[in-house]
Design a protein around this ligand. Structure first.
Ligand SMILES: [Zn+2]
Length: 381
């Protein structure tokens, strides 16, 4: 299901996944026909529907604020945020990479739940001002109280130390801070997260079978808990796989895998010459293009393929290359993780390797993937 873009917040695109409409519709229906009629029983149906619509809209806006808080802290640490998306389990901010220091991750992870708790307090304050009548609650009272309660629940639920939820991230950063090992912290937090996930799944199954477990009731509440549990379990498992990949890549340097002395061509060499040259023997290599002895860019099979064969004799290396200002060269002793991330971000399969500013080789993405395949961490590709 494709996400629908609905706007931009602080420079971050906001998307809605079609699954969200399901949970929005269900929330409005539950509030309008089940929950609010029991509390404000004298009011006409249209009042209940209006209350339900306002409550659901403001609550989902609160979720967006929660994600925005994570995103703004990330941006303050110069970590790019690609999008915020509302989906069936709430909201998610697509933050492109993890924080490099535990303190940054603590702030980034805690910002969301803290925002929810503050919103809860604000709605509670508004409820107190509006009258706070518990015996004969008005429509306004009820709506404000529900919003306060939901935001507080959202804040507290996210603070559970179940990785990859916010609280789990705070928990991991604390272990990271104490042990100094990111790898170990991730492993411990992810396994704790899986424990939580399976506890939720077990409780959900009990509720679905009719046992009273306090936090959920009946088949519907039970299934919902099972779904949230499965969602958390897959997130925690993915983090473990990711941690293994990063760990494996961390054992090698760029210099171990680079192709030294790549073929060099001048700016005005034709595409035809390059296509019939080294690439025919070894398509993994790319050309380094030089302009009067200085590195100017790279041309790989991808760039050549983008030129129609009819133009091969007329187009030159200079016109086809990825210019140096669009590259992010890897240092000789850099980690493979950084090199791979740079290639992913720039959507390239080769990156020049430099030492003291001079190009000494090329690193290819499929060599890095080859390392992961050898370690049994990647199949096929
Ligand atoms: Zn959050």
């Amino acid at each position: 299901m494709r996400n629908v873009r609905v706007g931009t917040l602080a420079g971050i695109p906001l998307y809605i996944n079609p699954s969200w409409f399901l949970v929005f519709g269900l929330t409005v229906w539950l509030l309008a026909f089940r929950i609010f009629p029991e509390i404000v029983d004298g009011a006409p149906r249209r009042t209940h529907v209006a209350m339900a619509l306002v409550s659901a809209l403001v609550f989902f806006a609160s979720i967006v604020l929660h994600e925005l808080a994570h995103s703004l802290v990330a941006k303050a640490y110069k970590i790019p945020v690609r999008s915020i998306t509302l989906f069936i389990f709430g909201g998610v901010a697509h933050i492109t990479r993890e924080a490099s220091r535990p303190a940054a991750e603590i702030l980034m992870a805690a910002a969301g739940p803290l925002t929810s708790l503050v919103l809860g307090a604000v709605f509670l304050g508004a409820w107190a001002i509006a009258g706070a009548d518990l015996n004969q609650p008005s429509a306004l009272d009820t709506t404000l109280f529900w919003l306060a309660w939901m935001n507080i629940l959202l804040g507290l639920f996210n603070l559970l130390p179940a990785f990859p939820m916010d609280g789990g991230r705070v928990f991991r950063s604390l272990i990271w801070l104490v042990t100094g090992s990111y790898d170990r912290a991730t492993r411990i937090a992810a396994w704790t997260g899986r424990g939580f996930a399976w506890t939720l799944i077990g409780l959900g199954a009990l509720a679905a079978l009719g046992y009273d477990i306090q936090i959920a009731a009946g088949a519907f509440g039970g299934l919902w808990l099972i779904f949230i549990g499965l969602f958390l379990e897959s997130g925690a498992r993915q983090s473990l796989v990711q941690q293994k990949l990063v760990h494996e890549l961390g054992r090698h340097r760029v210099s171990d895998l680079m192709v030294a002395d790549p073929p060099v061509v001048g700016l005005d060499v034709s595409v035809a010459t390059m296509a019939r040259g080294v690439l025919e023997l070894n398509p993994r290599v790319a050309y380094c293009v030089e302009d009067a002895g200085a590195f100017a860019g790279i041309v790989g099979a991808d760039q050549l393929r983008a030129v129609p064969e009819l133009l091969w004799d007329r187009k030159t290396a200079g016109e086809t290359m990825v210019p140096r200002n669009r590259l992010r060269p890897a240092e000789l002793d850099a980690s493979l993780t950084d090199a791979l991330l740079a290639m992913e971000e720039l959507d390239l399969v080769h990156m020049p390797v430099v030492r003291e500013g001079r190009v000494v080789g090329l690193i290819a993405r499929d060599r890095i993937v080859g390392v992961l395949r050898q370690a049994g961490l990647v199949q096929g590709m």
